[in-house]
Write a protein that binds this ligand. Structure first.
Ligand code: FAD
Length: 398
């Protein structure tokens, strides 16, 4: 490939995208990498490091500049997640929960007054935020959620519990700052959800258990959040009553595409590690890369990574953040990339032998982190179900 166009390609479609990638990669290598192993081991969410993402303009990457964002597109969001996840997927998950699940969601679906109240602080990293969809009793069956909202006076009262909330806590005792919470008005039909912005410190809103000892993504905190007669005012409701189901579906698209981007980062790093190791390590007097079985690990990993990468960037380039309409491929990229990254990390461990099995060589952490991407933001089976439904609308593929 020629370099006269400044290396612009599907993965860096404009000079701004290329510059973003360089900035995030340099930051990731300089500041994120050195703490990654220790944060994984201690299950520590690195708040000072998170705040630096605000200084870089990454926390409001898809938000208009008038609310403190960087005004970039879905491809830019994919670049940021890919680059950060190549060094620390756990930290990147906390970034995603804030920047995609909360910030992007509020930017697209909330009123101007709500955007002004929440976004400047969230984009600057002064607050840590998240999104509450899943519950102890309802995950894949998200419309089966049981959290209720009921009119009381001028406002609402919320009751229920949310499970698995990334950024739910910033440490063992402290709630995150603000959350977008999906609930159903008492008596409303199953498909009509209503969402609310709920702040730390609201009476009746508390931290349940902080989920410890996760397999991976340990640099992000995961918590249960509890709502007990939690009163919120009318100005905390996002959009009309019953209107949040569309918000949720729309936001799930960018969530899935950026989760796929995280898988791409994991796969690339795993490939780099195994490629280098296969040249340096000798066995029977030869580099590992001379053995056919090792060559297969390398070649298949590279081809699968490039396939996933092309599919993800192609899909991201078509996403208009303001509208829904890429459900088939946003599920598709996550379905493909999640398992691809897990397999690539697995092969990297295999190529490194015993060294692959210990933390210093990174791939054991990447392998553990990769597994979450087959579950969070939709399980593989949820993607199968959604994609088959979407394919039902297609007569002939073009
Ligand atoms: C580390 C972590 C972070 C997370 N962060 C967040 C967050 O910030 N916000 C949030 O709202 N949620 C979050 N989640 C929740 C996540 O999205 C759910 O775990 C996920 O959607 C699956 O739901 P579940 O765990 O309830 O499993 P279930 O839905 O109970 O599924 C259990 C199994 O049954 C299968 N299954 C269920 N229904 C079907 C079906 N119809 N057909 C075939 N198979 C089926 C599933 O695929 C799965 O294999 C997080 C989860 C984790 C682990």
């Amino acid at each position: 490939m020629g370099h006269s166009m400044g290396d612009l390609d599907l993965f860096n479609p404009t000079p701004e995208h290329r510059a973003l990638r360089q900035t995030v990669r340099a930051f990731a290598e300089r500041e994120v990498e050195p703490q990654a192993l220790a944060s994984d081991r201690s299950e520590h969410f690195n708040l000072p490091l998170f705040r630096k993402l605000g200084e870089l303009g990454l926390l409001g990457i898809t938000v208009d500049e008038r609310f403190g964002g960087a005004g970039m597109d879905a491809v830019a969001a994919v670049i940021a997640h890919e680059e950060l996840a190549a060094v620390d997927p756990g930290f990147t998950l906390a970034y995603l929960a804030h920047a995609m699940l909360f910030v992007n969601n509020v930017f697209l679906n909330a009123s101007d007054e709500q955007r002004e109240r929440y976004l400047p602080d969230a984009c600057a990293g002064r607050t840590v935020c998240g999104m509450c969809m899943s519950e102890p009793g309802a995950g894949t069956d998200v419309l089966g959620l049981a959290t209720t909202a009921e009119r009381r006076g001028d406002g609402y009262v919320l009751n229920g519990a949310k499970m698995w909330i990334t950024n739910g806590a910033v440490d063992d005792q402290t709630l995150g700052d603000a959350f977008l919470v999906y609930a159903r008005m008492k008596g409303a039909p199953r498909a009509q959800l209503t969402s609310f912005l709920v702040d730390k410190g609201t009476p009746g809103f508390s931290l349940g258990q902080r989920l410890k000892d996760k397999l991976g993504m340990r640099a992000s905190s995961t918590a249960e959040l509890v709502f007990e007669d939690c009163e919120v005012s009318e100005r905390q409701r996002v959009g009309p009553e019953g209107g949040a189901t569309l918000h949720m579906m729309r936001n799930l698209e960018i969530e899935r595409v950026t989760l796929a981007a995280m898988s791409l980062g994991i796969a690339r790093r795993s490939l780099d590690v195994m490629n280098r190791y296969a040249r340096e390590r000798t066995s029977f007097g030869e580099p590992l890369a001379h053995f056919g079985q090792v060559q297969r690990h390398l070649a298949e990993s590279y081809a699968e990574w490039m396939a996933g990468r092309s599919y993800t960037y192609q899909t991201a380039a078509q996403i208009d953040l303001g509208s829904a309409g890429h459900r088939l491929d946003s599920d598709g990229v996550k379905l493909f990339c999640a398992t691809m990254a897990k397999n690539v990390a697995d092969r990297a461990i295999q190529v490194l032998g015993g060294y692959g099995y210990v933390g210093e060589y990174v791939v054991e952490r990447l392998w553990r982190d990769a597994k979450l991407l087959e579950i969070g933001g939709g399980t593989l089976e949820a993607h199968h179900k959604n994609m088959t439904r979407e394919l039902g609308h297609v007569q002939t593929l073009r």
